[in-house]
Design a protein around this ligand. Structure first.
Ligand code: TYD
Length: 141
């Protein structure tokens, strides 16, 4: 049986402003382990070519921490820790949203051509997912 981490909940979710090097040739931002994000990144993945009206997510992670960035366009993240739920609108490539473990997330309202990049603290592991909302609610109760 997998260990369920202590739920930090929505109180731990926060926006991160990445450094911005502004230049008339175009701006530059960057991210480094342990400084801009509160964990050592072990994986980066991204969602793209999302059709209009599609929804992604619909799960929580037992242990994984993530930072989500709208690299292009915009989308909404609906986060739920079993007690409170909050909708975040991401639309800047220099702003990330930190999501600790044990937070249910759904992603919707993707704009056309948007790209959702996720910085993750661990490699992909299906055993880390909770994909059943009732199971999630029981685990955080
Ligand atoms: P999933 O995390 O459920 O997508 P989302 O939460 O964005 O809707 O992943 C969808 C599929 O992709 C699933 O079969 C697992 C696979 N996958 C990987 O193989 N590696 C990865 O790093 C991720 C994030 C997903």
């Amino acid at each position: 049986m997998s260990t369920v981490q202590t739920a930090a909940g929505l109180a731990a979710c926060h926006l991160i402003a990445f450094p911005r090097i502004e230049d008339r040739r175009g701006n530059l931002s960057f991210v480094e382990n342990d400084t801009q994000v509160p964990f050592a990144m072990q994986r980066v993945y991204w969602l793209y070519d999302v059709p209009g009206g599609a929804e992604r997510g619909g799960h929580a992670h037992r242990d994984l921490e993530q930072v989500v960035v709208a690299m292009s366009g915009s989308f909404d993240l609906v986060l739920d820790d079993g007690v409170i739920s909050q909708r975040f609108h991401l639309n800047r490539s220099y702003v990330g949203l930190y999501i600790p473990s044990m937070v249910w997330r759904e992603i919707d309202n993707f704009s056309s051509g948007s790209v959702c990049m996720v910085l993750a603290s661990k490699p992909y592991d299906e055993a880390d997912y909770i994909r059943d909302q009732d199971e999630f609610r029981s685990a955080v109760r």
